[in-house]
Each structure stands twice: as structure tokens, then as C-alpha cells.
Design a protein around this ligand. Structure first.
Ligand code: SF4
Length: 286
């Protein structure tokens, strides 16, 4: 069995920089992370061991008690940031610059008079942060959710990790459902996401099945799994090397490997090593 790793896979610079910012915190016990820093249980467990307080993703209306608050790479609305500062909180802001760019785009569109449509998953923390500063908006996760919007000008932005092809289809549907409106589209899908989606698409031409490494509730990891299955290939979603079962690979000659943007490099490396071991065990039997 051969193992081919996608040309772009795993941790993005936004998550890497957020983790690096926390490395520099001397007294983690007095710091609360505002929601999950990343949607990856291995990373969250490491932060817990260091002593960081970790606040739930939901119930953000309540003010955290800690004096120092970490804003995650997913960002928060300016309104919420101002509330935290007004309450005397000191912020360690690890908002990814590519998420901040979506906020600026959405606010710019709203200020120009456009009705803002956010292509993304309602309830996702990044999307909540984007729409938290808007008065009128729609969040659209799929083509079937597109409606008719109450404006002659519609501004469209995207959750950073949304699949490029699906976003394009939704954008076409917005135009079809609102034929008289001017559509202002700002492509805010982040480059690391595009690189990983493109690399996976190329990988799928070469392999029979794919192992996808990432948190079980990581949106972008699940999207990679969906992309494999939509192309008719088996996809095995694991969080770490210990979950790999050699029996899964009995029928395959070539396996692909990719990982979500919150997957630690060492986790991806361990999965790759274990797959190579499994490949060595299977090959003599063929
Ligand atoms: S996925 Fe993209 S937007 Fe999100 S943290 Fe990584 S680089 Fe930033």
C-alpha cells in the first residue's frame, strides 16, 4: 500500500500564531479562553493541562469572571469586544487577520447600503462574530437556503473555511433569486483553506481512499471528509494515530492523507508514520 500526503495539509498560520501567543502566557490559571481556541480535543487538552480556563462556545452573553481573556482566531464582534473592554477585561487577541478581513468586508458592504449575506454555517463562532456587528443580514449555509432579500444591493461574504465550489453555487443562486439586485461579492475564503481544498482535489485523482485527521467537531475537517465522499471515495476521519485500524485498508493500494487547519503537525506526522507501518505490514501479504 502506498501513502500519499496532500501537498497542503494541517495547521494554518492563524491557528499556529494563536497557539504561539498562548505559549507566551506566564500564568495561564488567571487567563480564560473565550470559547474553544481550536476545534481539536488534543490541543484543548494540552491547554487544560497548562491551567487555562476554557469557556464554553455557547452562553457568551455572560461576562467571564477572569481578568484576562483570550479572543480566539475565530474572532468576535466589535460590539462584544467593546463590552469586554468596558468591563475592565484585558484582552489577548489572537483573531486571525483573515477573519478580521471578513469583518471589515461585511461592515464596509453594510455601510455602503448593501444587505449583507454571509455564506456560512449559522451558529459557527466565526459567523456569529461577523454578524454580531450587523443590523440586517442573512446567513446562508446552502443553495436551498437562499432567499429573496429586501434590497437592490446585496453584499456577499463567506466564512473563511467554506468550500470554494459550494460558495460559487450559492452566489449564483443569490443572483438568480434576486435578479434586479446588484450583487457585490467579496471573496473572503482564506488562502490556507483554498490551498487545502485544491491539494485534496488533486490528491483524490491519485488515491482510492483518504485518511482525514482533525477534531471530530472541526468544521473545516468535516468539509474535507465531505469532499472525499462527494467524489465517491472512502474517507476515514481520525483525531489521532491510535484510531487507525489496519483492517480499513485491506482493499486499497493507494491511500491519501490530509488534515484540517487545527491539526497539530506532530499529530499529522504520527498518523503518517502509523499509516506507513500499516502499509509495510500489508504489503508482504499481497
Ligand atoms: S482557517 Fe484561515 S481564517 Fe481560519 S485561522 Fe486558519 S488561516 Fe485564519
Amino acid at each position: 500500500m502506498r501513502v500519499i500526503t496532500a501537498k497542503a495539509a494541517g495547521m494554518c498560520f492563524g491557528v499556529r500564531d494563536a497557539l504561539a501567543a498562548l505559549d507566551g502566557v506566564d500564568q495561564p490559571g488567571s487567563v480564560a479562553i473565550y470559547g474553544e481556541l481550536v476545534h481539536n480535543d488534543i490541543v484543548l487538552h494540552q491547554l487544560e493541562l497548562r491551567g487555562f480556563q476554557q469557556l464554553p462556545e455557547t452562553g457568551r452573553e455572560e461576562l467571564p469572571t477572569a481578568a484576562q481573556i483570550v479572543i480566539t482566531a475565530h474572532g468576535i464582534s466589535d460590539n462584544r469586544r467593546q463590552q469586554l473592554v468596558a468591563a475592565g477585561k484585558s484582552l489577548i487577541d489572537t483573531t486571525c487577520p483573515l477573519v478580521a478581513r471578513v469583518h471589515r468586508a461585511a461592515q464596509g458592504l453594510a455601510q455602503s447600503g448593501a444587505f449583507v449575506v454571509v455564506i456560512g454555517r449559522a451558529g459557527h463562532v466565526e459567523v456569529e462574530g461577523i454578524v454580531g456587528d450587523l443590523e440586517a443580514f442573512a446567513v446562508v449555509p446552502s443553495v436551498t437556503a437562499v432567499g429573496t432579500y429586501p434590497s437592490q444591493t446585496i453584499g456577499v461574504v463567506c466564512q473563511t473555511t467554506f468550500p470554494v465550489d459550494e460558495a460559487a453555487a450559492i452566489r449564483r443562486q443569490i443572483a438568480a433569486c434576486n435578479p434586479a439586485a446588484e450583487i457585490r461579492w467579496v471573496d473572503t475564503i482564506c488562502q490556507p483553506t483554498k490551498d487545502r481544498q485544491r491539494a485534496l482535489s488533486e490528491l483524490l485523482d491519485e488515491v482510492e481512499a483518504v485518511v482525514v485527521v482533525g477534531g471530530s467537531h472541526s468544521h473545516n475537517t468535516r468539509r474535507l471528509v465531505d469532499a472525499c465522499r462527494q467524489r465517491g471515495l472512502a474517507a476515514f476521519h481520525v483525531e489521532h494515530a491510535g484510531e487507525l485500524d489496519p483492517d480499513w485498508f485491506d482493499d486499497f493500494e493507494t491511500i491519501g492523507l490530509t488534515a484540517g487547519t487545527s491539526t497539530l503537525p506532530e499529530t499529522l506526522h504520527q498518523v503518517e508514520e502509523r499509516l506507513l507501518e500499516i502499509a509495510a505490514e500489508l504489503t508482504p501479504a499481497r
